[in-house]
Ligand binder design. Structure first.
Ligand SMILES: NC(=O)c1ccc[n+]([C@@H]2O[C@H](COP(=O)([O-])OP(=O)(O)OC[C@H]3O[C@@H](n4cnc5c(N)ncnc54)[C@H](OP(=O)(O)O)[C@@H]3O)[C@@H](O)[C@H]2O)c1
Length: 287
């Protein structure tokens, strides 16, 4: 069984499927996407992470949420056990011909996108809705007030913030109270700058969800950061990715990981990380 933990009111898996690679640039098509989601769910994964903005720049919007709806409607398992999280506040564009992630944290846009997310996911109420990223053009509290309006209208059961600093987490908790259940920040062996927010999440009683927990799907600048993980993986006869995820989960019980995958094989391997117990000596060798 995949390791379970409590995220707000949800009993879900500590390892979720990050949906982004299935619908942004270089994805392997919707059939492979559905196959990957079904493989994860069949293996016991009960958390999927998507966003309004997980589509290819210039292409059809919300394809990530549409793919999840399609996969959930054709999956024969217990749908009500699955926590589906999405995010609002980002959209795709081009800058100098390159696909980009732009932000619009205006209250009107957040409320409009939340309704669209619920519609495309095929639900009345979204399980967990994050504010994807602070918009420097909008005071953070204004974006968070819009999230409260979304919650009060019953469009989201619980709320999260993402790419948030300690100060922003505190602003969000002050306005949202118990509706705020998680912060989703980048965290991995190549990105430890958010350690302070991981610790703060524990202090204020919310979950910490690591995005790009394996360092992302682009080749990292410094591959050597993974060397100690590779060494431990060899001793256990598992992939180094499993060791990375197990190390993150060992940080504390409020930590979750959402590894991305383009295909069933990688998420099936990642889901085993909850069974991997690292010794205190091994954890000492890691950051
Ligand atoms: N909140 C935010 O602003 C934000 C930003 C970025 C990402 N995210 C979320 O975080 C999720 C994960 O991030 P990510 O997809 O960027 O990066 P990631 O999870 O760090 O890495 C994904 C890459 O790792 C590979 N992989 C995964 N498990 C593996 C395993 N067990 N063995 C070998 N390779 C493995 C995948 O390979 P294959 O490609 O071969 O399957 C994929 O290329 C996203 O899907 C998204 O949901 C959130």
């Amino acid at each position: 069984m995949v390791l379970h933990r409590n995220l707000g009111p949800f009993d879900t898996t500590a390892i979720g499927l990050g949906e982004m690679p299935l619908t942004i640039e270089n994805n392997l098509g919707p059939a492979k996407g559905v196959e990957t989601i079904h493989a994860a769910l069949d293996a016991g994964c009960r958390q999927i992470d998507t966003a309004w903005a997980y589509y290819c720049s210039g292409g059809e919007e919300q394809t990530g949420e549409k793919l999840i709806r399609e996969a959930m409607s054709s999956w024969k398992g217990p749908k009500d056990e699955v926590l589906i999280a999405t995010k609002v506040g980002h959209y795709r564009n081009f800058t100098d011909g390159k696909p980009t992630w732009d932000v619009d944290g205006s209250p009107e846009n957040l409320i409009k996108c939340a309704k669209e997310s619920a519609y495309e996911l095929g639900v009345d109420t979204i399980d967990l809705l994050y504010l994807h990223r602070p918009d420097p053009k909008i005071p953070y509290g204004e974006s968070i007030e819009a999230m409260k309006e979304i919650y009060d209208a019953g469009i989201a059961q619980t709320l999260g913030v993402s790419n948030a600093s300690i100060e922003q987490m505190d602003i969000a908790q002050k306005i949202l109270g118990d509706a705020l259940v998680a912060v989703q920040n980048q965290y991995s062996p190549i990105y430890l700058e958010t350690q302070d927010t991981l610790e703060h999440a524990a202090r204020i009683g919310i979950s910490f969800v690591c995005w790009s927990p394996l360092g992302g799907f682009r080749k990292p600048k410094d591959e050597t950061k993974f060397d100690p993980f590779r060494k431990i993986a060899e001793a256990h006869g598992v992939s180094y990715q499993q060791v990375v995820l197990a190390w993150e989960l060992a940080k504390d019980d409020h930590v979750f990981v959402i590894p991305g995958a383009h295909r069933p094989e990688t998420i099936l391997d990642s889901l085993k990380a909850g069974d991997l117990k690292l010794t205190p000596e091994e954890l000492q060798m890691l950051p």
